[in-house]
Structure formats: C-alpha cells, structure tokens
Design a protein around this ligand. Structure first.
Ligand code: MTE
Ligand code: MO
Length: 202
C-alpha cells in the first residue's frame, strides 16, 4: 500500500497541487491561540455530545480512549496563510463517536466547544464520512497542550481555526450559530480551496 506522503518523493507539481490559493508551505508547526493554554488534568477531562441544548452522551478520558482509534495523515491549512503537508494524527472519527453514542447526526450544523471558552461552527456534513476526528495524538505522541491536548477537533479539509483545541464537546444544532472567529468576521464554512476566509467570501 502506498500512502500519499510516505513515498519519500514529491515532485514540485504534486506539492503545488496540494497547496490551496493564497497559502504557503511551512515545515514547523505554529501555535495560534486566542488566549493562554488551559491545562486540563485527565481526571477532570470529559467530552460531551449535545443535540440542541440536550446532553446525550458524556465520556471520561478513559472511556474516550477505549473507543476505536483511527490514524490520519493529512494536509492542514491555516487562514493566516500557512499550510503544512502530511501531518499525522490519531484519534476517534466523528462517525465512530456518533456510532458509539447511538446518535444520528440529525441536525445540519455543529458547534465545537473548547475548555478555554472557544467555539467554532461548521456544517455537520463536514464532520461525517471519515473527514474529521477528535485527535488525541500528533506524530505518535500525546497531543501537546499548546496544540490542543489532551484532545482537539481535527477537520483538516477546512481552515484550521475550525479544528477546536482543548475540545470539550460537540453540539449539533438546527441553526448555524457563529463561533468565536465567525462572530469576528470569519467564514461560516471555511473551505481553503474556495478561499472562504471572511464572512462575505462566496
Ligand atoms: N480552543 C481553541 N481552539 C482553537 C483556537 C483557540 O484559540 N482556542 N485557535 C484556532 C486557530 S485560529 C488555529 S489557526 C488553530 C491553531 O492550531 P495550532 O496552534 O495547533 O497550530 O487552532 C484553532 N483552534
Ligand atoms: Mo488561525
């Protein structure tokens, strides 16, 4: 099996085709947070799934780690114009999470919430079909606190502000409700290939 990015050979054309408009590649991993890094003890950690205002399922750290784990190697794109290729993550896909909870994602939108009070909204469809996970590991190691550890949402095909760090839960909603950056003028979807940076971008 050949996994893209592990062949050791990338032609300039291959690389160029993976960089969305207005983006430039970086090899380091910048940290971008609206506030200080919260320190969450694993014994205090929990993850809550809500449908509307109603909590329907809650996991402890131990329970969450017992869920099926999946590995992703994905390119990520930050709205501040850096992109990073072949980032390696491990965690629980949103599909597996909903299956474990016995919940159908019957609502069209999601708000992801962070322990720091951050939130971000996205279409529920962007979390389905093996496109997103709650990541617990990066590069084979427990996720570093500055990058969202113990756990973060990872939605690699959307701008990286949608990947809520220190994630405390997902809330499915009927109405698309603007999160932290969306309230401050950023796009409700945030597809880097369509350059959906700001609210008015098509
Ligand atoms: N909880 C939380 N999640 C967050 C943020 C934040 O401030 N708080 N910043 C977002 C932004 S703007 C970006 S670009 C990415 C940065 O992730 P990184 O620091 O791992 O590069 O996290 C996103 N997730
Ligand atoms: Mo960002």
């Amino acid at each position: 099996m050949i996994t893209r990015g592990f062949t050791g050979r990338r032609t300039p054309e291959d690389v160029a085709a993976r960089v969305p408009p207005g983006q430039a590649l970086t090899t380091d991993f910048p940290v971008l947070s609206a506030g200080p890094t919260p320190r969450i003890k694993l014994e205090d950690w929990s993850f809550t799934l809500k449908v509307g205002p109603r909590p329907v399922f809650k996991w402890t750290w131990e329970e969450f780690n017992a869920l099926p784990q999946t590995s992703y190697v994905r390119d990520i794109h930050c709205v501040t114009t850096w992109s990073k290729l072949d980032t390696a993550w491990e965690g629980v896909t949103i599909d597996d999470l909903l299956k474990a909870a016995g919940v159908e994602a019957a609502k069209p939108f999601v708000l992801a919430h962070g322990f720091d009070g951050y939130s971000t909204n996205l279409p529920a469809a962007d979390l389905a079909g093996d496109k997103a996970m709650i990541a617990l590991k990066y590069d084979g190691e427990p996720l570093a606190p500055d990058h969202g550890g113990p756990a973060r949402l990872l939605v690699p095909h959307l701008y990286f502000w949608k990947s809520a760090k220190w994630v405390s839960g997902l809330q499915f909603t009927d109405v698309d409700t603007a999160g932290f950056w969306e309230l401050r003028g950023y796009h409700m979807v945030g597809d880097p290939w369509r350059e959906q940076r700001y609210h008015d971008d098509p």
